[in-house]
Design a protein around this ligand. Structure first.
Ligand SMILES: [Zn+2]
Length: 262
């Protein structure tokens, strides 16, 4: 069995001092590749540095999270294009809209999201998207761009069944996190995960966030790690009535195609 964690915030201050150990412990759990999430230009640069240190285990995304949209200026596009030239950078993102926290003004979030979709179209890279409490605006923009984008993943999907079908209709991939392991908030997701075809399904921890609530021997510091990805695989397999090994093989093939891994 082999797994790829498509969302690891390895440059986060809670993780970045233990990279060696995190990568090693992931490998021991058959999590062979980690996709390091680039959440700002600075963190995307750090992500690339990590990829250079661990070229066998790490690839990354590069982009500006909606929380950081307020930092975007006239130099940002050129800086992002330079980062996207790196071979280890396999997607534009994470970018999108977050109207839950509103850390950046909404009109600026929309403008910066749109600019990164343009960049993805021109650089022919897939996009790694974040959406929270902004589905209608997000969906309208995505629908406008979808036919020009090579591939799309909506990471950490936690929305309604209607939203899921609207995204699948746009031929998006769906990233599932340990949210599905939550016995309260995850019920809706548990019921609908079987509707996601395995050629559109990918798995992620979103570490250090979203430690699965039902993880046995949960760490006291509450820090999620990519080595817990098999726990999420097992939960998805259970709700899809599939054997974990079978699901792992299907998702691996989907993920390799998406990130153009051989
Ligand atoms: Zn996100």
């Amino acid at each position: 069995m082999e797994l790829i964690d498509i969302g690891v915030n390895l440059t986060n201050k809670r993780l970045r001092f233990d990279i060696d150990q995190i990568v090693q412990q992931s490998l021991e759990q058959q999590v062979t590749t980690l996709v390091v999430t680039g959440t700002s230009l600075q963190h995307s640069e750090l992500a690339i540095d990590l990829c250079h240190l661990y070229p066998e285990q790490l690839i990354s995304t590069a982009g500006v999270h909606p929380h950081d949209a307020k930092e975007w200026n006239e130099d940002s596009e050129q800086k992002l294009l330079t980062l996207l030239d790196e071979d280890c950078v396999r997607a534009v993102g994470e970018c999108g809209l977050d109207f839950n926290r509103d850390f950046s003004p909404r009109d600026q979030q929309v403008a910066v999201f749109q600019q990164q979709l343009e960049i993805a179209v021109n650089s022919k890279k897939p996009v790694f998207l974040h959406q929270r409490d902004a589905f209608d605006t997000f969906h309208a923009l995505l629908r406008e761009y979808r036919h020009r984008l090579p591939n799309v993943v909506v990471h950490c999907f936690t929305d309604s069944k209607t939203a899921l079908y609207q995204l699948l209709d746009l031929d998006c991939h769906i990233g599932i996190t340990g949210w599905i392991c939550d016995e309260r908030r995850g019920l809706e997701l548990q019921a609908m995960v079987k509707d996601i075809p395995s050629n559109r399904l990918m798995l992620e921890t979103d570490a250090p966030y979203l430690l699965p609530r039902d993880l046995p021997n949960k760490p006291k510091n509450n820090v999620n790690l990519p080595r817990y990805l098999p726990h999420i695989l097992n939960a998805v397999a259970r709700h899809q009535h599939k054997k974990p090994h079978q699901l792992a093989a299907e998702v691996l093939s989907t993920t390799r195609k998406f990130f153009r891994l051989s």
